[in-house]
Design a protein around this ligand. Structure first.
Ligand SMILES: Cc1cc2nc3c(=O)[nH]c(=O)nc-3n(C[C@H](O)[C@H](O)[C@H](O)COP(=O)(O)OP(=O)(O)OC[C@H]3O[C@@H](n4cnc5c(N)ncnc54)[C@H](O)[C@@H]3O)c2cc1C
Length: 383
């Protein structure tokens, strides 16, 4: 067991960190304040091979694994969560397209993602189908002319305001639950697709999140990714998201720990540095333990997913369940160590706290991850 990172991963980190320090971090507060999505950063990500990090080289990507993607996301999330989320989005789109898409679909979408020309969005959640995604009601019906008509409303769709295409989950036929669900790739300018209410989230405010409304939205038959009845396979396209999303938690938490470690050494109260109070040293130590545990869980799961190890999906759920909660605790503790300064928007901590809170919910809540972990335990240990 060797915990040293290979040279190429270290180089990738260095590139992502430099880009973050020079380009992304300086405008992170701007995207949060204006609620604009940092679309201009797609170009920078593409120039440095980070937009198409897991996209095959023949489509213009870097051909890296999910481990590379987690490392890039971790470094970018230290400075700008909204930009790190673009890398995540592209990796999720790439995973689905590369695993399930036709050659024509790959040719159509993957080069544009790698070049930073557009991003994709994942449209599954509905008003009455959140955690229970298989209860979704958006319907697809064949029009008899080689097309399907989609009708329904999706909500909380990250990047809806800026996405070039959507992976839309819909129900085809009368089969109930998971058996009736399939997914289509729908271009943004398809007649019948429009944006509804724009979300006002507490954090991830550069996420361009909105409702996506489909009214007799006519898509060609070959835009269907898989025939209905393969929901499990479609959802396996989210396995990588379950380590990429924790990768953002890790970057944010580690940055908060770094800021707190610096602050307590320079801030003086009662005639001494805050760092001299043992109670505060223990807070920092607890934060460091959590960050380290996150790191180990996330990279183990990522390495296993990259190697198609049978425990990869289970351990990704463990990584996500732990990281969402632990990262929030770490950033909250960092804010506490900064006192009133931490609560002020002069410093990035309050934005980081609002951003990181999302990861206990989005991409599968902590409770849903725990349900998955428990069912894995029962499967492995049948009584
Ligand atoms: C920041 C953010 C970004 C998002 N981006 C997207 C996106 O891009 N695309 C998309 O399709 N969706 C997206 N979502 C939606 C997200 O996937 C859902 O919000 C999430 O799955 C929870 O669904 P819900 O909000 O309907 O909550 P509910 O399902 O109503 O859950 C409410 C609470 O009950 C708990 N709960 C529910 N069922 C169980 C159970 N069986 N056992 C134990 N506890 C349970 C949940 O953990 C939660 O705490 C996003 C959400 C957020 C917050």
């Amino acid at each position: 067991m060797d915990f040293r990172e290979p040279e190429e991963l270290l180089l990738l980190r260095e590139t992502a960190r430099r880009l973050t320090d020079e380009v992304f971090r300086p405008k992170a507060a701007h995207w949060d304040r204006t609620t604009e999505a940092p679309v201009e950063n797609l170009r920078h990500l593409a120039l440095h091979g980070l937009a198409g990090i897991t996209i095959e080289e023949r489509f213009g990507g870097a051909g890296g694994s999910v481990v590379h993607a987690v490392a890039a996301i971790e470094e970018v999330a230290r400075g700008c969560t909204a930009t790190a989320a673009f890398i995540l989005a592209n990796c999720v789109s790439a995973e689905i397209l590369q695993a399930m898409g036709s050659e024509a679909q790959k040719q159509r979408y993957l080069p544009g993602l790698a070049e930073g020309r557009f991003v994709g969005a994942w449209a599954m959640t509905e008003a009455d189908a959140g955690s229970a995604a298989t209860e979704l009601r958006t319907r697809a019906r064949a029009d008899g002319n080689g097309h399907y008509l989609l009708d329904g409303t999706k909500q909380f769709i990250t990047r809806a305001g800026v996405a070039g295409f959507f992976i839309v989950f819909a129900r085809l036929g009368d089969a109930p639950g998971a058996r009736g669900v399939t997914a289509f790739i729908v271009d943004r300018d398809t007649p019948g697709l429009s944006l509804g209410r724009r979300d006002v989230h507490m954090g991830l405010r550069g996420g361009a999140s909105a409702e996506v409304v489909l009214r007799e939205c006519r898509v060609p038959a070959d835009s269907m990714l898989l025939p209905a009845g393969q929901f499990g396979r479609l959802m396996s396209g989210l396995n990588q998201a379950r380590v990429l999303n924790p990768g953002m938690c890790l970057g944010i938490a580690d940055e908060a720990l770094r800021l707190a470690t610096l602050h307590v050494q320079t801030r003086r109260q009662f005639g001494q540095a805050l760092a001299d109070f043992q109670g505060l040293q223990w807070m920092l130590a607890d934060m460091a333990v959590k960050v380290d545990a996150m790191r180990l869980l996330i990279y183990r799961a990522a390495a296993q997913l990259a190697a198609a190890h049978p425990d990869g999906a289970h351990n990704a759920a463990i990584a996500k369940a732990y990281s969402g909660e632990a990262a929030f605790e770490v950033v909250d503790a960092a804010m506490q160590l900064h006192g009133g300064y931490g609560y002020s928007s002069e410093l990035p901590l309050e934005r980081m706290l609002r951003d990181v809170r999302a990861f206990k919910i989005g991409g599968g809540s902590t409770q849903i991850m725990k349900n998955r972990i428990a069912s894995g335990l029962f499967r492995r240990n049948p009584a």
